[in-house]
Design a protein around this ligand. Structure first.
Ligand code: ADP
Ligand code: MG
Length: 237
């Protein structure tokens, strides 16, 4: 059975989409069968793999509420698949709000049907803790939290970790919080050094911070502009 990993942080611009697309890319390169579910109406994962949200005939909202399986193969990398998103996903929030029972498990039920077909499924979350993100958290086996090393939103992280612990307990998950991934690190910048240091020392997150850190690099932005994961845009980056 595939591992389902939600990539979430209610703050925008911390590297959720970049982390999703690039880890998925590297795993596909390592011959794993990987699916990205773009669960953000802003559809950045969709566009960064070269799809145009406005041109889609079906997308993640159809996956959520119909029997359709809008899974696309990313043409430049064998084994990488995406359920794309578009602005219509915003309507899902309203629809989920008005679902009286079991709304938090809507995505999980859909994922359960396709889980066997993949080694890994990544869910790229929107920048909030609304019903889409809660569905992603409940639907996932694990949570990966990218945090940028330029700014540490303590209250936000505290809330996210606390929600994650509730999900872990309520839905009987094990080792649910995979870890906190420091992103956009620039070793010459004092602010980055200080924030990384702080992350490793704050009691409620310290144990979760990965040893591996993601540096800030223009190659990442160039890869996104070229609609490619970094592993094929600049393999040695
Ligand atoms: P989120 O999905 O959390 O909103 P993104 O992954 O879209 O964040 O990243 C926000 C912006 O920062 C994007 O323009 C992206 O290209 C850029 N970015 C992300 N990671 C890096 C990195 N390691 N180095 C340089 N730029 C990055
Ligand atoms: Mg994003």
């Amino acid at each position: 059975m595939g591992k389902v990993i939600a990539v979430a942080n209610q703050k925008g611009g911390v590297g959720k989409t970049t982390t999703t697309v690039n880890i998925a890319g590297f795993l596909a390169l390592a011959r794993k069968k990987v699916l990205i579910i773009d669960f953000d109406p802003q559809a950045n994962a969709t566009t960064s793999l070269g799809l145009i949200p406005d041109n889609l005939t079906s997308s993640s909202i159809d996956f959520l509420f119909s029997e359709q399986l809008p899974i696309r193969n990313y043409s430049e990398l064998n084994g990488l698949y995406i359920i794309p998103s578009s602005l219509t996903l915003a309507e899902a929030e309203i629809k989920l709000f008005s679902t009286p029972i079991g709304r938090e498990q809507t995505l999980q039920k859909k994922i359960d049907k396709i889980k066997d077909g993949f080694d890994f499924i990544f869910i790229d979350c929107p920048p909030n803790l609304g019903p889409l993100t809660i569905n992603a958290l409940v639907g996932a086996d694990h949570l990966l939290i990218p945090v940028q090393t330029q700014y540490l939103p303590m209250d936000g992280l505290k809330t996210l970790i606390s929600v994650a612990k509730d999900v872990e307990a309520m839905y009987k998950k094990e080792r649910y919080i995979l870890g906190i991934l420091p992103t956009m690190y620039a070793k010459r910048e004092k602010a980055c050094q200080e924030i990384l240091e702080k992350m490793k020392n704050i009691d409620f997150i310290a144990g979760y911070v990965f040893e591996s850190i993601i540096r800030r690099s223009v190659s990442i932005q160039e890869a996104t502009m070229n609609k490619k994961p970094i592993c094929i845009f600049k393999a040695n980056s």
